[in-house]
Design a protein around this ligand. Structure first.
Ligand code: ZN
Length: 178
């Protein structure tokens, strides 16, 4: 076969193969080689075993003894607690869990920090809006001011124009009829 891999090539690629980081084609060549080569297959199985054990250790480290049923209860009631929706008895229960369970305490701190951040950003937005609002009022007033100043001379002109026309018409009438 044209693409048959040598034992050296398979050894070099084995760790990538175990972690499933090779192209489909290359994986396929290695699989074919392993089927027909007991010594490479042994290497492969050893490596796979080692990686599995390593993964197990990692997973056990992630498992936290405080991530228990009590903590789950706490998580389920946390937002109700923050929003003051629990009765006194439930409130005390949540507080007790937060004191005895570091995971719960951390959650509570995180959510309070988050709330504070949210609140301060809300206040900021409100202030910004207030500023914008007063700015827009000021600019509106200025605008009206300008309009008034613009309109004023125009009206004066119109009124004096009408006064002039009235005088002329009155003059013509008085000349024609008297
Ligand atoms: Zn081999």
């Amino acid at each position: 076969m044209q693409h048959q891999l040598t034992c050296e090539q398979v050894s070099a690629l084995l760790s990538f193969y175990v972690e499933d980081k090779l192209s489909e084609k290359l994986s396929e060549y290695i699989r074919l080689h392993l089927e027909s080569c007991p010594s490479c297959l042994e290497k492969y199985l050893k490596m796979k075993n080692m990686i599995n054990k390593f993964m197990d250790i990692q997973n056990k480290e992630i498992e936290n003894p405080y991530a228990n049923k009590q903590y789950e209860d706490f998580r389920n009631n946390l937002s109700a607690y923050i929003d003051n929706e629990l009765n006194d008895f439930e409130n005390i229960k949540i507080k007790k869990i937060a004191i005895s369970n570091p995971l719960a305490r951390q959650d509570l701190e995180n959510i309070y920090t988050f709330k504070k951040l949210l609140h301060s950003s809300f206040e900021k937005t409100k202030n910004d809006l207030k500023n914008d609002y007063s700015k827009s009022i000021i600019s509106q007033i200025k605008h009206e001011d300008i309009q008034e100043k613009k309109l004023d001379p125009f009206f004066t002109l119109v009124i004096s124009f009408f006064a002039m026309i009235t005088c002329i018409v009155a003059g013509i009438i008085s000349i024609l009829y008297f």
